[in-house]
Design a protein around this ligand. Structure first.
Ligand SMILES: Cc1cc2nc3c(=O)[nH]c(=O)nc-3n(C[C@H](O)[C@H](O)[C@H](O)COP(=O)(O)OP(=O)(O)OC[C@H]3O[C@@H](n4cnc5c(N)ncnc54)[C@H](O)[C@@H]3O)c2cc1C
Length: 388
């Protein structure tokens, strides 16, 4: 029987860049996914936002590295993943949000992030046609950006295959084989495979995988919808995030929503319903479009005649505090979590993959150790990040 150094459960936003980082370290790596091909879980539901401007230390540091990888990808591998450095704008329409954003900027600047609080005039330049009524200003982080989740994952996948990574699709991991609290391998719907390390990168199904080995994994999926318009001439570049809560007695309340115009001129948008919708439901609703179009037209009236091409619904694999769970566990040697990516798995994936490759080869730096502490499954899940 072939013996692998690393088996990764899940060929998604995290599993694929992690596999690439592993084969680059010379590790014999095998990725198993129950779906028919790469990126068919929730990666393909992401709209492609990539930012390092979080307020959580671990996420900031990991996404700084992800940004480097995404932004240099085409230069390094001659494959276009539609990377665009358009920046992120968080809007302030209330004094409370202005205060919150200004406070967050202070933390972010301490990590060397390029971000500033700008006035409403600058916001109007960045987003021509934005509703100026009540607009106080917002943050602008020009180094953040976006890319195509499907193009990126397929490119990472090809690179990892070129370096010898093996993938099996249409194959489900149904058991993890252990002996005296040490992983030996996995049992799938088609066979048994041996490995020293097993990485749980199962996205929305991470808790089920944790249950196999009795490792508590507080990851609960939540349904989120998104959509895309027809292409129009490019008129703005940043990802626009509106953090205002919105009451809609007919179609349902929502908290934040975000959108950007991609390289083809299409606008991609996504909304957080309030209350949140826990569960695995990926069927689109009839209320999402009326909900989000009302908000988007209020914010950017010039969108009124644009046609929407399609909508879709996917899952955020949520943790209680909105931050990922990554690293080794006390219960079983060789078992590693890379789960609970919430609404940020695409942007976290490449940076996390490299971190995990250093973890399994015992090459973690002092900073890696600090990051892993913030992502530990034994942390206090009571602290919630302000700008999730
Ligand atoms: C509408 C929407 C918009 C989003 N926008 C963004 C964004 O702009 N930026 C961003 O960074 N993130 C965004 N996200 C979040 C992002 O999609 C997720 O965080 C990310 O895909 C999670 O990555 P993952 O690798 O953990 O899971 P996935 O990408 O879902 O991969 C998990 C894989 O594991 C497989 N699997 C599970 N169990 C098993 C098993 N037992 N055996 C074999 N295979 C198994 C699944 O089939 C799946 O392919 C968005 C999500 C949604 C729904």
């Amino acid at each position: 029987m072939v013996e692998y150094d690393v088996i990764i459960i899940g060929a998604g936003s995290v599993g694929v860049p992690t596999a690439l980082a592993m084969v680059r370290k010379g590790l014999k790596t095998f990725v198993i996914d129950s779906l028919p091909s790469v990126a068919q879980g929730d990666n393909k539901h992401a709209i492609g936002g990539i930012r390092a401007t979080h307020s959580h230390k671990g996420k900031i540091l990991v996404c700084q590295r992800s940004l480097e990888i995404f932004s240099k990808w085409e230069e390094n591998y001659s494959e276009d993943i539609w990377w665009e450095q358009g920046g992120y704008v968080f809007l302030a329409y209330t004094e409370e949000h202005e205060k919150l954003l200004k406070e967050t900027v202070k933390i972010q600047k301490n990590y060397g992030l390029k971000i500033s609080y700008v006035d409403s005039e600058r916001i109007k330049e960045l987003i021509p046609g934005i509703n100026e009524k009540g607009l106080l200003g917002g943050t602008f982080s020009p180094e953040d950006g976006n890319a195509s989740p499907l193009l990126a994952l397929h490119s990472f996948y090809r690179q990892s295959c070129d370096l010898g990574c093996e993938y099996h699709f249409n194959e489900k991991v149904i058991d993890i084989i252990t002996n005296k609290n040490e992983t030996l391998g996995v049992k799938t719907s088609r066979g048994i495979y041996k490995s020293r390390f097993i990485i749980n990168a199962a996205g929305g199904k991470a808790k089920d995988v944790g249950n196999i080995v009795g490792v508590p994994t507080p990851v609960e999926p939540e349904s989120h919808e998104a959509g895309i318009t027809e292409p129009v001439r490019k008129f703005f570049s940043p990802m626009v995030v509106d953090i205002s809560p919105y009451e809609d007695t007919i179609f349902g309340n929502s908290s934040n929503y975000y959108f950007y115009q991609n390289m083809e001129g299409k606008i991609l948008f996504c909304l957080t319903p309030s209350p949140k919708i826990p569960g695995f439901d990926r069927r689109e609703t009839s209320s999402f479009l009326p909900q989000i179009s009302k908000r988007m037209l209020q914010l950017l009236p010039r969108l009124s005649n644009i046609k929407i091409r399609r909508t879709w619904r996917g899952l955020y694999p949520m943790t209680p505090d909105g931050n990922p769970i990554v690293g080794k566990v006390n219960e079983i040697e060789g078992y590693v979590n890379a789960v609970g990516m919430c609404g940020q798995g695409f942007m976290l994936g490449p940076g996390l993959g490299e971190l995990l490759s250093r973890l399994v080869t015992d090459k973690i730096s002092f900073q890696d150790k600090e990051i892993l502490e913030t992502f530990s499954n034994n942390r206090d899940f009571g602290r919630i990040e302000e700008l999730k």
